[in-house]
Design a protein around this ligand. Structure first.
Ligand code: ATP
Length: 325
């Protein structure tokens, strides 16, 4: 039995790492990819996780298989493409540590996953199935993702969704919107950023935007991440906002994924149906998830900077209650 299985991209993030003597920008290779980052967060919180996806039969692909293993993420559903290389992403950081990406994926192995390669039993044996929108940009991975979602629905597995918006990966804004919204038809738990919410609903007001999504798709729980401001949450019965923590930001890569890891961890611990979650349950979830996100910004790269359960507990003990806004 797995606590969480995720499907999607595992790739190499090239993160800026100073300058050479000639003044050229240097890049450091970091393992990444949102669904893999979410599993790494859960694995560091001692949850049992499995990954479904594809890499290239190249050095990076083999490195990523080892990374999953090191993170104690089951990699038996990580497949190798003989013809297409591992997907690469270059991360560009602004002075606040905020990112933009250039993807090297024309194609990349992650979008070569086929529907016949999805193992129904792995999904059936999971308490939560998590996916993002990058596996929806191209075929055959989009069909593979929807097949996995059908299996999750068939076996009543809770579905978690992060509709990450990376516009350059889509052929048009309309296609991005249509396909990303299709993912909502399956999702029980959604984590979305303010920009993504505005793109999908036209509302920058988080209360209104989440209300519209919930009315249209019946999503049980929606979390809107607000960067340093923390997050907003809405279920069918309650809603609220929780401030973030003050930290020394180096690189925000992986903060949203660590946040998702924190939410799913707490959901598994609380162990109640989504519709029964109270304000107190949500407060516990978002306090923890905000901390997971905040601590992740203090280091470079996605997976390497996600905190362990010990780091989270040490931080919580050090900070007096008033600091835990
Ligand atoms: P992604 O683009 O990777 O999906 P995201 O936009 O959803 O990420 P962010 O809002 O950047 O995610 O970060 C997720 C969470 O991490 C926030 O809700 C917050 O709790 C925490 N966080 C992010 N940035 C900061 C920051 N500068 N200071 C404190 N906490 C932060």
């Amino acid at each position: 039995m797995y606590d969480v299985t995720a499907l999607g991209e595992v790739l190499i993030d090239f993160t800026p790492s100073g300058h050479s003597e000639k003044g050229h920008v240097l890049f450091e290779t970091n393992p990444g990819g949102a669904p893999a980052n979410v599993l790494a967060a859960l694995s560091r919180l001692n949850k049992k996780t499995a990954f479904i996806g594809k890499v290239g039969q190249d050095q990076f692909g083999h490195l990523l298989k080892c990374v999953l293993e090191d993170q104690k993420i089951d990699n038996s559903n990580l497949l190798f493409s003989e013809t297409v290389n591992t997907t690469l992403a270059f991360v560009h950081l602004d002075e606040k540590g905020d990112r933009s990406f250039s993807f090297y994926r024309n194609p990349g192995a992650d979008i070569m996953l086929e529907k016949d390669e999805i193992d129904e039993e792995t999904i059936q044996q999971s308490r939560i199935f998590h996916f993002g929108s990058l596996s929806l940009t191209n075929e055959p991975a989009a069909a593979a993702t929807f097949t996995a979602l059908e299996y999750a629905q068939k076996h009543k597995v809770t579905v978690s969704y992060d509709p990450n918006l990376r516009i350059p990966l889509w052929r048009s804004h309309d296609e991005a919107k249509r396909q990303i919204l299709k993912g909502f038809e399956y999702a029980d738990i959604v984590k979305i950023s303010e920009e993504e919410l505005e793109f999908l609903t036209g509302y920058c007001d988080v209360a209104k935007g989440t209300e519209v999504l919930q009315e249209q798709y019946g999503t049980a729980v929606i979390f809107v991440t607000l960067g340093p401001e923390g997050c907003f949450y809405r279920s069918k019965h309650v809603s609220g906002q929780k401030e973030g923590y003050e930290v020394n930001v180096v690189d925000t890569t992986g903060a949203g994924d660590a946040f998702v890891g924190g939410v799913l961890y707490q959901f598994l611990e609380i162990n109640k149906p989504l519709d029964h979650l109270t304000v107190a349950d949500f407060e516990e979830m978002v306090t923890f998830a905000n901390l997971m996100g905040a601590l992740t910004t203090e280091g470079k790269g996605g997976i390497p900077s996600i905190p362990t359960i010990d780091q989270v507990e040490r931080f919580l003990k050090r900070i007096p209650e008033k600091g835990r806004t």
